[in-house]
Ligand binder design. Structure first.
Ligand code: HEC
Ligand code: HEC
Ligand code: HEC
Ligand code: HEC
Length: 403
């Protein structure tokens, strides 16, 4: 996404809207992080790109990132020193093309925090708190940085990626990966010819675990409570993070009887792609009149923020009344879903039919009432199911060993 940070159509649409709403007051602010070279070179604004060089359109690119000797967290507070010296994580990386110097800053979360913490330029309201939520988490305590999860194959922890950074470069125990993927399957599918969309799906599927808890038995007329625990098990910041007035994460819960009759459902999409009766995990912003807005430049207050902190669990409860004629056993299915933006918002910005915002299954779990229900064959067993299989296998192993 760094390569597309400026040309990204969703960004462009919001950038232009912000500019129109504020009479151009946000132009430099918005472009500073999305095309730092454009702003520093005096090429953007203007936003019509009439003065933008190709390199300014490359968003957050190599030469910008490797010529930042220092900076502060938030609102693009970087020091930029374009020139011969490229800084990086090694003190032994000579190159024929430029000077190479070691700079510890590149290995620290604060480096990413320069841009991944956004405060309103008008009132300081925290609009993106990715760095802050990381810095207050166990990950910060354990020194697990953004780079460990986003620039290695580990996704939720550091994992070495041995190799060479370039032909002729030394072989190393670890070369940092530069795809730097997050959760934006939508734009990666559109912009990278699908090249990195799968990687973003994989990352989202490592971020959370679900656990469904239901009563073993229920009689007709009983009010049945379903508790779904959502754990942010893999993201080093709130889940979701980034521009969370726009991102959506929610639970789809359905209860079906043995004949496939739907007894209860929530969080399904209607024919327009709108989410029905569900809690959406995100931030809600309000403008100066207290009206809800998803325009971050109009935000004056945060109405709510129900996102899940790193390593924390939220329990969402659902209930339904068991009907007279339900065929046992009853299957309860919970899915955690994510999309980069609501279909409504995207239709409004680009016109209906332009983009289908993909919905990603992050995690699933199942429960049964009145007997053991069959888990749908296309669904992978829930995490607890897998654990059970693994522990059974392990138990058999132990028995064998004893024999
Ligand atoms: C968003 C900023 C950013 C961008 C864009 C970026 N880099 Fe990096 N690069 C880094 C950081 C941070 C590290 C150190 C990561 C670490 O310590 O794990 C790094 C590490 C490297 C390394 C050392 C690799 C290793 O681990 O041995 C090389 C070489 C490199 N970058 C080249 C490039 C090139 C070429 C591009 C453009 C194609 C590029 N970078 C784009 C931030 C960036
Ligand atoms: C110069 C500012 C800047 C720096 C420094 C920077 N980023 Fe970013 N990053 C951005 C912008 C802007 C985007 C959004 C691009 C878009 O969505 O159009 C982005 C996007 C991302 C995404 C993709 C988000 C998604 O929704 O999928 C990830 C992941 C990410 N950055 C991680 C990092 C990490 C890790 C570092 C530090 C090694 C870093 N960034 C350093 C500006 C920056
Ligand atoms: C423990 C591993 C871990 C650490 C540490 C971590 N991340 Fe993430 N990050 C993830 C996972 C997993 C996701 C996918 C779930 C999500 O979108 O939140 C993610 C998603 C993201 C996204 C995309 C959010 C969205 O949905 O639009 C951004 C941006 C991002 N990370 C930036 C950062 C930055 C900056 C840091 C350091 C301050 C960081 N991450 C630290 C694991 C991590
Ligand atoms: C301090 C740096 C910074 C500033 C200033 C900034 N952004 Fe961003 N922007 C980011 C980062 C980092 C991301 C990635 C977060 C994520 O993936 O959710 C991002 C993502 C976005 C996205 C999501 C793109 C997508 O494909 O989903 C939009 C839209 C956006 N910004 C618009 C704006 C607008 C409009 C402004 C000015 C009012 C602005 N940004 C100012 C850093 C910044």
């Amino acid at each position: 996404m760094h390569a597309y940070a400026y040309t990204d159509p969703l960004y462009q649409a919001e950038l232009v809207m912000a500019s129109e709403d504020t009479g151009g007051q946000t132009d430099e602010f918005c472009v500073r992080c999305h095309s730092p070279i454009g702003v520093m070179g005096g090429e953007i604004p203007p936003l019509d790109n009439s003065m933008a060089s190709d390199i300014a359109l490359e968003g957050v690119q190599c030469d910008f990132c490797h010529t930042v000797p220092e900076g502060d967290v938030g609102n693009g507070a970087f020091v930029s020193t374009p020139g011969e010296v490229k800084w990086g994580p090694h003190d032994d990386a000579p190159s024929a093309a430029h000077e190479s110097e070691f700079n510890e800053f590149y290995t620290e979360a604060e480096y990413c925090g320069m841009c991944h913490n956004v405060n309103s330029p008008f009132n300081g309201l925290p609009l993106d708190d990715t760095y802050t939520s990381w810095s207050e988490s166990q990950y910060a305590e354990d020194e697990v940085t953004c780079q460990d999860c986003h620039m290695t194959p580990g996704i939720t922890q550091f994992e070495a990626n041995p190799g060479r950074a370039a032909s002729g470069a030394s072989k190393r125990d670890h070369i940092s990966i530069h795809e730097i993927v997050g959760g934006n399957v939508f734009m990666l599918e559109e912009l990278s010819d699908g090249l990195y969309g799968e990687k973003a799906v994989e990352r989202l599927q490592m971020a959370a675990t679900l656990d469904v808890s239901v009563p073993e038995e229920a009689a007709p007329g009983d009010e049945v409570t379903i508790d779904v625990s959502i754990t942010n098990s893999g993201a080093g910041h709130k889940l979701p993070t980034g521009i969370t007035e726009v991102r959506q994460m929610w639970l789809e819960v359905s209860v079906t009887d043995a004949e496939g009759k739907m007894l209860y459902s929530s969080g399904q999409l209607d024919s327009e792609g709108t989410i029905e009766d569900a809690v959406i995990y995100h931030t809600v912003l309000a403008d100066a009149d207290g009206e809800i807005t998803d325009k971050l430049w109009e935000a004056e207050s945060i109405v709510s923020d129900n996102r899940i902190l790193p390593k924390e669990t939220e329990v969402e409860s659902h209930s339904f009344v068991m009907p007279e004629d339900a065929a046992d056993p009853i299957l309860v299915e919970a899915k955690l879903l994510y999309r980069s933006a609501s279909q409504d918002m995207v239709d409004e910005l680009f016109g209906e039919g332009t983009y289908d915002v993909p919905v990603i299954d992050m995690a699933k779990d199942y429960g049964s009432i009145n007997g053991e229900a069959d888990v749908p064959s296309n669904g992978t067993p829930g995490f607890t199911g897998l654990l059970l299989v693994i522990s059974l296998v392990a138990a058999i192993g132990i028995l064998r060993a004893k024999e």
